[in-house]
Design a binder for this molecule. Structure first.
Ligand code: RB5
Length: 366
C-alpha cells in the first residue's frame, strides 16, 4: 500500500514520528509531502490539497494529514473530489471511518492527541478494511452527489468522468431523447452536441506563445501547440458524432473500429480496426454515443491500447453508471466524457431513460 503523508508546521513533529513509526514496514510505501520544519509557519491548505489531489488521482492508495487540530486538513482535503477525509481522535473512530465510511484520508490533530493515541489511530486506520454491505449505498450517495455537484469526478486511479451539462447541450439532448424526433433532426442534433462537447474534451490542449501584430501594436498571444489528435468512432453509431467533432478539430486523423456482439457469448468481437499509423503519439477521442453496458467501449479501448494508443478519452452523449464502472474497471486511466449520466440499464441493456438505439435513430434503420 502506498501512503502520502503531509503536515503543516503545527503537525510537523507528529508527522515525523508517524513517518519513523511506519518506516520499513513490509508492504507499505510512505511518501512525505512536507512540510519540512516546525519553525516556519505554512498553510495546511496547500499540503491538504496536494495530498488530496494525488490520492484522488490514484498516485497513492491513501493519505495521512496532520495539522494542529486535524480540522483544517480535513475541511480542505474534503474539497477534492474523490477524497473522503476523516478526522479521527481514537482507534474506535479510526476503525469505523474505514469500516463504514471507506475514508481514504486520515487527518490528525497534533495539538489535541498524545503520541500513543495518534499511533494507535494510524495503525488501526491502516489495518481496517471497508465493510461494504449497507455502507456501499451510503457512500455511493456521496459519490452521486459529488458527481452532480462537481460535474467531474476522479475514479481514484487516474481517470475522470466529466459530465458536460452545459444548458445548450442539455436542451439538445432533450430533442434527441424525444421518440418523435425525425431522423434528419436527430442526426443533425447529434452532430451539434458532439461539436459542443469538443470544447470540454479539448480543454487541456497545450498552448504556445506566438507573436501577433494587431492593428494597434505587436503583442504575444496564444496558439494551440500543435498537439496530434485522433478521432476514432466505434462503428456504426460513433459515425454520427464524427462530423460534429471534426468541425472543430479538422486536422485530427481518423481511425475506425468495428465491433459486433457474438450472439452466443455476447462478447464484443472485432471485425474492423484501422487506426492512424502514429497512434501512440496522439491524444485519442473514441466516439460512441451510448455508454450502456460498456462492453464495446472497453473492448475498443483495449484494441487501441494493443496498437500502441496511450492517451484515450471516451466521448459519449449518454452514459449509464453500469457502463462507466465496466470501462473504468478495465481501463481506469481513461477519461470518460458524457453529456448526461442516466439512471440505469433495463433488462435489454438499454439506458433508462436514454434515447433508444442511437445507431438506428441516426441512420433511420428502424
Ligand atoms: C495552525 O496554527 C493551525 O491553525 C492549523 O494547524 C490547524 O489546526 C488548522 O486547522
Amino acid at each position: 500500500m502506498k501512503i502520502l503523508i503531509g503536515s503543516d508546521h503545527a503537525g510537523f513533529e507528529l508527522k515525523q514520528k508517524i513517518v519513523s513509526h511506519l518506516k520499513g514496514r513490509e508492504g507499505l510505501e510512505v511518501e512525505d509531502f512536507g512540510t519540512d520544519t516546525s519553525e516556519v509557519s505554512c498553510d495546511y491548505t496547500d499540503i491538504a490539497l496536494q495530498v488530496g489531489r494525488s490520492v484522488a488521482h490514484g498516485d497513492a492508495d491513501r493519505g495521512i494529514l496532520v495539522c494542529g487540530t486535524g480540522l483544517g486538513m480535513e475541511i480542505a482535503a474534503n474539497k477534492v473530489s474523490g477524497v473522503y477525509a476523516a478526522g479521527c481522535w481514537n482507534k474506535e473512530v479510526a476503525a469505523l471511518s474505514r469500516q463504514h465510511n471507506n475514508s481514504n484520508v486520515l487527518t490528525l490533530g497534533a495539538r489535541v492527541l498524545d503520541e500513543k493515541t495518534a499511533m494507535e489511530v494510524v495503525d488501526t486506520w491502516l489495518a481496517t478494511e471497508f465493510e461494504g454491505g449497507r455502507h456501499i449505498r451510503r457512500t455511493q450517495k456521496i459519490c452521486a452527489y459529488e458527481r452532480s455537484a462537481n460535474r467531474a469526478f476522479n475514479n481514484g486511479q487516474g481517470g475522470q468522468v466529466v459530465i458536460f451539462d452545459h444548458p445548450l447541450v442539455q436542451h439538445k439532448l432533450s430533442i434527441i431523447r424525444d421518440k418523435n424526433t425525425p431522423v434528419k433532426t436527430f442526426r443533425e442534433t447529434v452532430a451539434e452536441i458532439a461539436s459542443l462537447m469538443v470544447y470540454e474534451i479539448t480543454r487541456d490542449l497545450p498552448l504556445k506563445m506566438i507573436d501577433v501584430e494587431t492593428p494597434v501594436t505587436r503583442t504575444k498571444a496564444y496558439a494551440i501547440a500543435g498537439k496530434k489528435l485522433a478521432v476514432v468512432p466505434i462503428l456504426r453509431a460513433g459515425l454520427g458524432m464524427m462530423e460534429g467533432v471534426l468541425n472543430l478539430i479538422p486536422n485530427a486523423k481518423i481511425g475506425h473500429i468495428g465491433l459486433y456482439r457474438d450472439p452466443q457469448t455476447l462478447a464484443p468481437v472485432e471485425y474492423y480496426c484501422k487506426l492512424p499509423g502514429d497512434i501512440e503519439e496522439r491524444d485519442i477521442f473514441l466516439l460512441d454515443p451510448m455508454l450502456a453496458t460498456g462492453g464495446s467501449s472497453a473492448a475498443a479501448i483495449s484494441l487501441i491500447k494493443k496498437r500502441g494508443g496511450r492517451k484515450i478519452s471516451l466521448v459519449c452523449m449518454i452514459g449509464a453508471p453500469e457502463g462507466v464502472s465496466v470501462v473504468h474497471e478495465a481501463h481506469p486511466d481513461v477519461n470518460i466524457f458524457v453529456a448526461a449520466l442516466d439512471s440505469h440499464l433495463n433488462e435489454h441493456g438499454y439506458i433508462v431513460p436514454g434515447l433508444g438505439d442511437a445507431g438506428d435513430r441516426i441512420f433511420g434503420t428502424r
